[in-house]
Each structure stands twice: as structure tokens, then as C-alpha cells.
Design a protein around this ligand. Structure first.
Ligand SMILES: Cc1ncc(COP(=O)(O)O)c(C=O)c1O
Length: 393
């Protein structure tokens, strides 16, 4: 297993569940779930599909209808023109990312991962036999990768760079100019491919979908895999629909792996995804506006907690909170808070608030909290966190 452990998110979910089972009222700020429901017309489409008998295996690479809907969405949102044989539908974008790595990595191949990062990138690379090369992104650059840091991290073994926009967990949003600077470096290194993960592309607060590399620099399109999914944009986390678009030869390899492992995605979920992508898109801006208000309120409240500080992000539904001010302090039970993992454990065990430790995201001392929760939950979580911080000596 190459030292692979269960993903930190799944371990946290299990512990929160255990505590809840003992009757504790745990507020979960650690998960990637949105509290919004999947839109009604999407659920209706799934119901209709089931009643129509669309309950059989679909083509491994996805139904023609969903591939067409993805093709249209990529054109609409990014002016990117992909043919159907350049698109694959996957079981969540997780599978698109992993299968791409599995298809391409040889032992000792390196994958550049800007930090802070979505934790599974690292273990996915290791599982596929490669080596993650983590490049820290400074807070004073908005947690975004600098062109010169990318250049310095490149070696003859670099096979991929992962570019997530906007970034989980920092919420950083790469502008077109930011991406152009990165593209200029990559154009000088023709052997490096780009895994462009746009899962949160519509959870942005400036009204336009987050740009993706292939639309910024068409010369990189032949070596870019544009990955996204329905989970966050349409609150369809559990439906498990993702997709990848890229050169036909790579897409064929991804499909081959998919055919031998999980096979195609759920037929019902694919029908639902067509309705989400083809239907009215107002839900995206409406929900982004709600999240923006929650973001501002939560950031304001957390900045009132002794030892914590955060800056409202431009995208995603996470706040990355600097907790340097609580490190070294002592909890009422005498335990010293030495790391952000200790602080996360303290908040969970003593304040009934589950947060994500920065250690698992490549950035310490920080915690990541989600504001994809109802306002009342956010207010209560902030109250509990404030009390917990005040109790530290
Ligand atoms: C940055 C990022 N990429 C990919 C994924 C995978 O999402 P899914 O498999 O639900 O599409 C997640 C999930 O939280 C994520 O945060």
C-alpha cells in the first residue's frame, strides 16, 4: 500500500460520527459537503430516468447525453471545444484524477503539488507509483503558486503539475493573468502535463467561473487534462459524477482503467447531471451570493477569537484560519496545544466543533473550516470556538 492511510477527511468523519453516537451535538465544519439540497429539477430528472428504466450499465465513458452536456458546459463556461472522444464521465472527479495519474506515472516520476492542497492528491500520486513534490505557496502571494517557485521545482522527472482553481483549502482564485504566468513557465517545459482541477469553478464570488489553464493558453491544451464535476457546483456530492476532458489518447487510457475497475458511473446520476448542466444556471449565482454572506460573517466572528485570524477567500466554501496564536497554550486539562492537529482535537473533543487540521493540507499552523452551513450553525460554531480559545492559557 506504499504507506497509504485512509484519507484524513474520512478519519475525521468517523470520529465526529462516533462522538455524535454518544449523544454529543457535533458541528461539522470539516467536511466538503454543502448544506444546500440538490436542485429539485435535477432530482426529478433522476426519478424520471429510473421510471423510464435507465437502470442498466451505461457506456464506460458515460452516456452520450451527459458527454454532450459536458461538451456544451465546457464551451459555455470556458470557450473550450472538446470532442466527445476527448471527454470521459467518471465516478466523481476523484476518479478522473486518480485514473489519469495511474495511466501515466512511471516509478520515480514527480508530480508538482502547490501547498496548501487537497490532501488526496499526495496519496493518489503515491498510489500510482509517483512522487509528490510539494511547493509551498506563500500567504503574502494569496497562497498562489509563483512562476519562479514552479520553475525551481521542475526536474527532469516532472510529469504533471496539479493546478486547482479555486483552491481547496485556501480559497485562492487564480486570475487569467496568474494562469498566464504559470503557462509561460510550462511552455518552456514541453514534457510536463497539467492536471487542471476545477471542481469549485462555480463557487466564486466575482460572478464568473474560475478560469482553467487550457482556455488561457491554447498551446497547453494538448497536454492538459481539464477535470471538474457536479459535486460542489450543484450540491451533488453523493451523486458521484465527475468528468475529464483532454487529448483522446489519454482519455482512452483513463477509460480502459475505468472499464477494468469501477466501470461507468451511475446511470441515474448521469441523467441527473444532464439536467443540472443543461438546465437553468441561476442556482449557481444565487448560491454563491448566500455563501459570500456566510463567508463574511464567519470570517468576522473567527477574527474575534483569541489567537485566530483569517482573510475571506475569493472562492470555495472554506476559510483557512491561521491559529499560530493558540500554539504553545495550555488547555484546561493541562494538555499543551503544540500543533494545529492538537488544536483541532481540542476543538472537537472539548468544544464539539470538527475542523480540518492544516497539517493534512500542507500548511501549519492553520485549520480549515467550512462555511457551507446554515447561518445559525456558523454563529454557534463561532461562539463555541471563541469560548474554547478563551479557555486556553
Ligand atoms: C479540490 C478537490 N478536487 C477533487 C475533489 C473530489 O470531488 P468529487 O470526487 O466529489 O468530484 C474534491 C472533493 O472535495 C476537492 O476538494
Amino acid at each position: 500500500m506504499r504507506g497509504i492511510k485512509a484519507s484524513p477527511a474520512s478519519v475525521l468523519r468517523r470520529r465526529a460520527r462516533e462522538l455524535r453516537a454518544t449523544g454529543r451535538d457535533i458541528i461539522e465544519l470539516s467536511s466538503g459537503n454543502l448544506d444546500f439540497p440538490t436542485p429539485d429539477h435535477v432530482i426529478a430528472a433522476a426519478h424520471d430516468a429510473a421510471l423510464r428504466g435507465e437502470t442498466r450499465y451505461t457506456d464506460v465513458d458515460g452516456t452520450p447525453e451527459l458527454k454532450q452536456a459536458v461538451q456544451a458546459a465546457l464551451l459555455r463556461d470556458h470557450h473550450l471545444d472538446y470532442r466527445p472522444d476527448e471527454i470521459v464521465i467518471t465516478n466523481g472527479s476523484t476518479q478522473a484524477l486518480f485514473n489519469a495519474l495511474l495511466a501515466t506515472l512511471a516509478p520515480a516520476d514527480e508530480v508538482i503539488i502547490p501547498a496548501p492542497y487537497w490532501a488526496p492528491y499526495l496519496d493518489q500520486v503515491r498510489l500510482a507509483g509517483g512522487t509528490p513534490v510539494v511547493v509551498p505557496c506563500a500567504q503574502n502571494n494569496g497562497f498562489k503558486l509563483r512562476a519562479e517557485d514552479l520553475q525551481a521545482a521542475i526536474s527532469p522527472r516532472t510529469r504533471w503539475i496539479v493546478l486547482n482553481n479555486p483552491v481547496n483549502p485556501s480559497g485562492a482564485l487564480y486570475s487569467r493573468e496568474d494562469l498566464s504566468e504559470i503557462a509561460a513557465v510550462l511552455l518552456r517545459h514541453p514534457d510536463i502535463w497539467v492536471l487542471a482541477d476545477g471542481l469549485y469553478e462555480h463557487i466564486v464570488f466575482n460572478g464568473t467561473p474560475a478560469p482553467t489553464l487550457a482556455e488561457i493558453e491554447p498551446r497547453l491544451k494538448p497536454r492538459t487534462l481539464t477535470v471538474s464535476g457536479l459535486a460542489k457546483s450543484y450540491a451533488m456530492m453523493g451523486w458521484r459524477i465527475g468528468y475529464a476532458a483532454g487529448p483522446a489518447a489519454l482519455i482512452r487510457e483513463i477509460i480502459t482503467i475505468q472499464s477494468q475497475t469501477t466501470s461507468g458511473a451511475s446511470s441515474i446520476s448521469q441523467a441527473a447531471a444532464v439536467a443540472a448542466l443543461d438546465g437553468a444556471q441561476d442556482v449557481l449565482t444565487e448560491r454563491a451570493a448566500i455563501l459570500r454572506a456566510r463567508r463574511d460573517r464567519f470570517a468576522e466572528l473567527l477574527n474575534e477569537c483569541a489567537g485566530l485570524s483569517c482573510v475571506p477567500p475569493e472562492g470555495t466554501f472554506y476559510l483557512l484560519v491561521n491559529c499560530a496564536g493558540v500554539i504553545g497554550k495550555r488547555a484546561p486539562d493541562g494538555k499543551v496545544i503544540a500543533t494545529d492537529r492538537d488544536f483541532s482535537a481540542y476543538l472537537l473533543e472539548q468544544a464539539d466543533v470538527a475542523v480540518f487540521p492544516g497539517e493534512d493540507l500542507g500548511l501549519s499552523p492553520h485549520i480549515r473550516v467550512s462555511f457551507a452551513n446554515p447561518s445559525a450553525t456558523i454563529e454557534e460554531a463561532a461562539r463555541r470556538s471563541k469560548r474554547a480559545c478563551e479557555a486556553l492559557q
